[in-house]
Design a protein. Structure first.
Lengths: 180, 108
């Protein structure tokens, strides 16, 4: 690679975005990526190169590639593969819990409104206890964590989820949770 | 096979190409519908290379910059042929049903 000061400002800007990529991947692919970016900018004249910037779309594609590589896409390190698998697990577990609670909420609404056939209406509906505002806010913030993990870790190259264990976990959770 | 991978493999049929050559060829083959961003292209290339469908061909230096060329492997050609056969069969099935259910012919 030429010394940094010999590079055009546009090439330096492309290389700055490419620093988001994991180092081992960058070592192999960086020059090729830069050449492809600059080939696409060939119609910009010499004067324009000083002011030209990568488009948001180009930068976004580099960010997306960096996220995929750091979360286990082909070409990722074993550590990134493990991190991606861990985040996908977090996303699924994090979504399983509110799904179970949703089932139980529907069940409690049916129960307290007397719509469960053969089951007596409870004397008190106090089990839907009120939580203070801060606790409720903290719970809602916690829900964002698996959603963020879901969006980042289920990238195009993520392996498909095996449905059976998760459906089984949902059924077990709905059955077991009220006893806890 | 994703549409992007399908077009990248198609772009490499018969001729090795470098990164930007693939971007342009894909855009041309898809009548401008599929515009690969560079980050997306290299994600697709990495996946195809790790599956053995695409392989490095040669490297050239142009204007002081390294250009790496890629070519379709034998395995890539077989996968593309299989995908073409699958899509052709799907199109034939859908076309036949659309022809049979053409408005005006119902109940005829």
């Amino acid at each position: 690679m030429a010394p940094q000061e010999d590079l055009s400002p546009l090439e330096q800007r492309y290389r700055a975005w490419l620093r988001l990529l994991p180092a081992p991947y960058r070592e192999v692919w960086q020059d090729d990526l830069v050449a492809t970016f600059l080939d696409g900018a060939e119609d910009i004249d010499e004067a324009g190169l000083a002011d030209a910037h990568p488009t948001w779309s180009e930068a976004g594609s580099v960010v997306a590639l960096a996220v995929r590589l750091r979360l286990g896409a082909p070409g990722a390190t074993p550590r990134a593969v493990a991190l991606g698998a861990g985040l996908r697990l977090l996303a699924l577990v994090g979504l399983l819990a509110p799904t179970i609670l949703s089932f139980l909420y529907v069940d409690s609404v049916l129960w307290t409104s007397g719509r469960l056939p053969g089951v007596a209406v409870p004397l008190t509906d106090g089990h839907l206890s009120s939580l203070d505002g801060a606790t409720r806010l903290a719970q809602e913030a916690l829900l964002l964590l698996p959603v963020a993990a879901l969006l980042a870790a289920f990238h195009r190259d993520a392996p498909p989820v095996r449905r059976t264990p998760w459906l089984a976990a949902l059924v077990i959770g709905v059955v077991v949770e009220p006893a806890l | 096979m994703t549409e992007q991978a399908f077009f990248v493999l198609t772009a490499l049929v018969g001729e090795p190409r470098h990164g930007y050559g693939i971007v342009r060829q894909v855009e041309e083959l898809s009548d401008g519908r599929v515009r690969l961003r560079v980050g997306t292209l290299y994600g697709v290339l990495e996946r195809l290379a790790s599956d053995g469908l695409v392989e490095p061909d040669r490297e050239e230096v142009r204007q002081g910059r390294l250009r790496r060329y890629y070519r379709l492997s034998e395995s890539g050609r077989r996968d593309l042929e299989a995908e073409v056969a699958r899509q052709t069969a799907n199109v034939a099935t859908a076309s036949a049903r659309l022809r049979a259910a053409r408005p005006g012919l119902a109940g005829a």
